[in-house]
Design a binder for this molecule. Structure first.
Ligand code: SF4
Length: 371
């Protein structure tokens, strides 16, 4: 019996062709093995990090409360979560980095890759003095061309690339790269620009974003880290930059999940967000209703515009504001639930049912009199 058979509780393989009934069992076992392989790769990467719980350059742009916990040295309450994560997208990103970055040294003239850097920030102490805070990181690529610049490789999905093309670089990515740029300047290297190379994980297509970098951007970066330092005085009150467990994959894998959302917080479960006091419930219900009403109106509008677009030929369509790209996903098949139920009934089978919680209906009630 092989290790996989043993782990999955499978019967030892018989000699001869695989029986059809064993195919789904083997498929499930291989899916689980893949998940475990991602998990182990992530775990190895996490555990290899030195000073794992200190603030690093990638953390500067991440969740403010997490940065505050790191700066304040609050012990993580959920180490196993960050270790247990499969972190598939992040792992694929890491592997693309390790394959692509060394080639940049060959194709970009005068480039250094994977440069370890340290951002030094003078921060105030409660006694009126100051101390030197050091935030370490590794810059993907420093190029000496055009006055010197920092290039950061980001791997994203096609949807995200479209979003960045439309809205510009994500704020979190900007702080991270500005951190590298500031640290490189502190080393005496000239930095006149910062750039992001967004690589579509599925197609390899690339979107390049470039911004100038000068003393103002350097000072803004130092100031931003000082603000995080201020937040670290009361880290449990630092603003949360993520929506919470069950709603944000960052929270679901955060090593401070229970510190942040309370002892009952569980990854993948948004129950920790629940409020209990009457005014808090009323406030949340009002927000829910207001947004629902807006979505209702927006959905009707969207349906109208969707009907107007129809299904024209794939391609780019332009007007005076720019271009819009229209593409189609591959046609596929889906279960015709109604036909399946009818067929099952015809064959005399019992339709499997499960309990359904009644929908929550939030309606406008009486308004409190003003004044
Ligand atoms: S649980 Fe979420 S909101 Fe809280 S510190 Fe972690 S990432 Fe930030």
């Amino acid at each position: 019996m092989t290790a996989l058979e043993q782990e999955e509780g499978m019967a030892a393989a018989e000699l001869g062709p695989l029986p059809a009934a064993a195919v789904p069992v083997l498929a499930k076992a291989l899916e689980r093995a893949t998940a475990r392989a991602f998990q182990l790769a992530n775990q190895a990467g996490q555990q290899a990090r030195t000073n794992r719980w200190a603030l690093s350059m990638s953390g500067i742009g991440g969740c403010k409360r997490e940065a505050a916990y790191r700066l304040a040295g609050v012990p993580p309450t959920d180490v196993e979560l960050s270790d247990a994560e499969e972190a598939r997208q992040a792992m694929i990103g890491t592997w693309i980095h390790s394959g692509l970055l060394p080639q940049f040294e060959n194709v970009l003239a005068h480039a250094d890759i994977e440069l370890p850097v340290e951002l030094e920030v003078e921060v105030p102490l409660p006694d009126g003095g100051t101390r030197r805070l050091v935030v370490p990181g590794t810059a993907d690529c420093y190029s000496h061309v055009m006055g010197g610049g920092v290039l950061d490789l980001k791997t994203v999905n096609a949807y995200r690339i479209g979003q960045i093309d439309h809205d510009g670089v994500k704020v979190s990515h900007r702080w991270q790269v500005r951190g590298y740029a500031t640290a490189l300047r502190q080393l005496g290297l000239p930095v006149a620009w910062v750039a992001w190379l967004y690589v579509d994980r599925s197609s390899g297509e690339v979107l390049v974003a470039i911004e100038p970098f000068g003393p103002d951007e350097e000072e803004e970066t130092l100031e931003y880290v000082r603000r995080l330092w201020e937040m670290a005085r009361a880290p449990d009150y630092a603003p949360r930059s993520e929506r919470g467990p069950g709603l944000s994959w960052v929270c679901d894998g955060c090593a401070w999940l229970r510190q942040c959302w309370g002892p009952d917080a569980r990854p993948g479960d948004s129950a920790a967000l629940k409020v209990h006091d009457e005014p808090e419930i009323a406030f949340a219900a009002r927000k829910f209703k207001e947004l629902g009403d807006q979505i209702g109106e927006l959905t009707k509008d969207r349906e109208k515009w969707g009907a107007m677009v129809g299904r024209p030929e794939m391609g780019a369509y332009r007007d005076e504001q720019g271009e819009m790209i229209i593409k189609y996903q591959k046609d596929g098949e889906e279960v015709d639930k109604k036909a399946a139920v009818e067929q099952l009934a015809l064959l005399g089978g019992e339709v499997p049912m499960r309990k359904r919680t009644g929908n929550r209906l939030v309606q406008w009630g009486r308004k409190e009199p003003e004044g």
